[in-house]
Design a protein around this ligand. Structure first.
Ligand code: IMP
Length: 195
């Protein structure tokens, strides 16, 4: 059982995705940082990399909130499709969806893919700073599992080849996820910078 850590730092997380907030909050149980999710209802910024998108979003978010804030952008990069949908993951999820992605990979052997998460943080005393986290794995043949969100039901991380992310409780996904890896970097940097 983890002991309760006193929260001495406070940060805003600009996102409309409650799953992301839950995952980050869960990770932060062991750190003195508290976050609050804010849904700024901005138009999703397009860009060529998740880093570019996260950095542009954080500046937009800071303009609205005027307080230290971070954003996170994730893309699913499928090797055989030359990295598609990558920075267009949200669009693809909302259009062809998981079924469409599985169709694109029908009878394909090499199902390697990678989630890339970029977190961008901004506060007035620094330039925007970005942290990347990845998780490599395979696209499953069919949807499996009920947990998580987005492409979780079709992503089997290499760290646990038997399950998709959607077959894991938040605790398990958080041990190996792209988002945990980028958040961990943010937290390490933040606690060093703002002692
Ligand atoms: P976003 O632009 O970061 O919100 O994410 C792009 C797309 O990837 C959206 O359709 C999300 O649902 C999906 N996505 C983001 N993070 C994850 C994840 O951790 N697992 C599965 N799908 C995700």
């Amino acid at each position: 059982m983890s002991k309760t850590i006193k929260k001495t730092h406070f940060l805003l997380f600009a996102t409309s995705n409650l799953h992301k907030i839950k995952e980050v909050q869960h990770f932060l149980r062991d750190y003195p940082i508290e976050i609050k999710g804010v849904d700024l209802k901005g138009k999703e910024i397009q860009g060529e990399t998740v880093k570019e998108i996260a950095e542009a979003s954080v500046l937009q978010a800071y303009k609205k909130m005027g307080k230290p804030i971070f954003t996170e952008d994730t893309g699913l990069f499928i090797k055989l499709l030359g990295g598609f949908p990558g920075p267009f993951s949200s669009y693809v999820y909302n259009t062809i969806g998981i079924a469409g992605v599985l169709k694109l990979l029908e009878s394909v052997k090499d199902r390697s893919a990678e989630f890339r998460s970029a977190i961008a943080f901004y506060a007035p005393d620094i330039n925007p700073i970005c942290f990347l986290g990845t998780s490599s794995g395979k696209i499953s043949i069919k949807e499996q599992g009920i947990h998580g969100f987005g492409f979780d039901p079709i992503f089997k991380p290499d760290d646990d080849k038997n399950k998709t992310f959607a077959e894991m409780e938040i605790e398990e996904k958080n041990q190996i996820s792209h988002r945990t890896r980028s958040v961990r970097k943010l937290v390490t940097w933040y606690l060093r910078h703002y002692k």
